[in-house]
Design a protein around this ligand. Structure first.
Ligand code: HEC
Length: 230
């Protein structure tokens, strides 16, 4: 029998050690196999998930491109998924833990009210479906310009796109978290000027994507009809 080269023996030994170490110690959390990441049928990332991150997380001083606290920039799809998302596994995903089970300084958003149960549930379903960009629901347009009541259209819109920053009167730009505050902004003209990005106004949502034409029409119709608490 030929004598084995000591170098080869060493290489084989090193490989065996590496394989054993991977097997016994490094325990990677479960992720949904790529071919099963088909998304939740009701969720469109850009419409339902991104605005939650943009208005609650990608704020100045927090996780916008200029501040990137802890290296997290939560302003677009690529930046959100590359940090702490395990597709199919919300419980293991850092971002999901930070809005649900984390405590103290780690609970997000810091120094602001917790996300609504509806927002948390959307993020959970999005991760369960594979945390994909887009989604089949992007082609179903759920916005209807004939729906422009405060409770049916305006308040939910404020919750998704604005209240992350405008949750209290003491925040810059004031509150949009209750009817009378939204009505004040409607009456003084800032609401429509800001969301339609009109000259001389501050474009809102600040740093985020402009609302769709349908959403802007809903707000305009609501204001034109008297900005009622309906
Ligand atoms: C990322 C944080 C952020 C989000 C999200 C945001 N705003 Fe603002 N908003 C601000 C800040 C900061 C100001 C203060 C003025 C400035 O710095 O531009 C402000 C000011 C305002 C004002 C006061 C008038 C003015 O222009 O200064 C209104 C009205 C307003 N925002 C409406 C909205 C609406 C409506 C939305 C949602 C469609 C929204 N904002 C989303 C941060 C935000």
């Amino acid at each position: 029998m030929r004598k084995k080269s000591p170098v080869i023996v060493l290489i084989v030994l090193a490989m065996l050690t590496a394989i054993m170490a991977t097997d016994s110690c490094v325990h990677q959390p479960y992720v949904l196999p790529e071919d099963q990441r088909t998304g939740d049928p009701d969720i469109c990332f850009e419409r339902d998930i991104l605005p939650i991150f943009q208005s609650n997380c990608a704020k100045s001083g927090c996780h916008d491109a200029a501040s990137h606290e802890e290296g997290y920039v939560l302003d677009n799809y690529a930046n959100i998924v590359k940090k702490g998302i395990y597709p199919g596994n919300p419980a293991a995903s850092d971002i999901y833990k930070s809005i649900t089970t984390a405590t103290g300084e780690d609970f997000m958003p810091r120094d602001a009210p917790a996300l609504s149960a509806a927002s948390v549930s959307l993020i959970k379903r999005w991760i369960l479906g594979g945390a994909i960009d887009g989604g089949t629901a992007c082609s179903t347009n759920t916005c209807d310009t004939n729906n422009y009541t405060y409770s049916g259209a305006i308040a939910p819109l404020m919750q998704s796109y604005c209240v992350g920053c405008h949750f209290a009167a003491t925040e810059p730009g004031g509150s949009l978290n209750d009817y009378s505050s939204v009505k004040d902004a409607a009456v003084n003209g800032n609401l429509i000027g800001d969301i339609s990005h009109a000259a001389g106004y501050n474009p809102m949502p600040k740093g985020g994507t402009k609302l769709s034409d349908c959403q802007i029409t809903q707000v305009k119709k609501w204001v034109a009809a008297g900005a009622l608490n309906n």
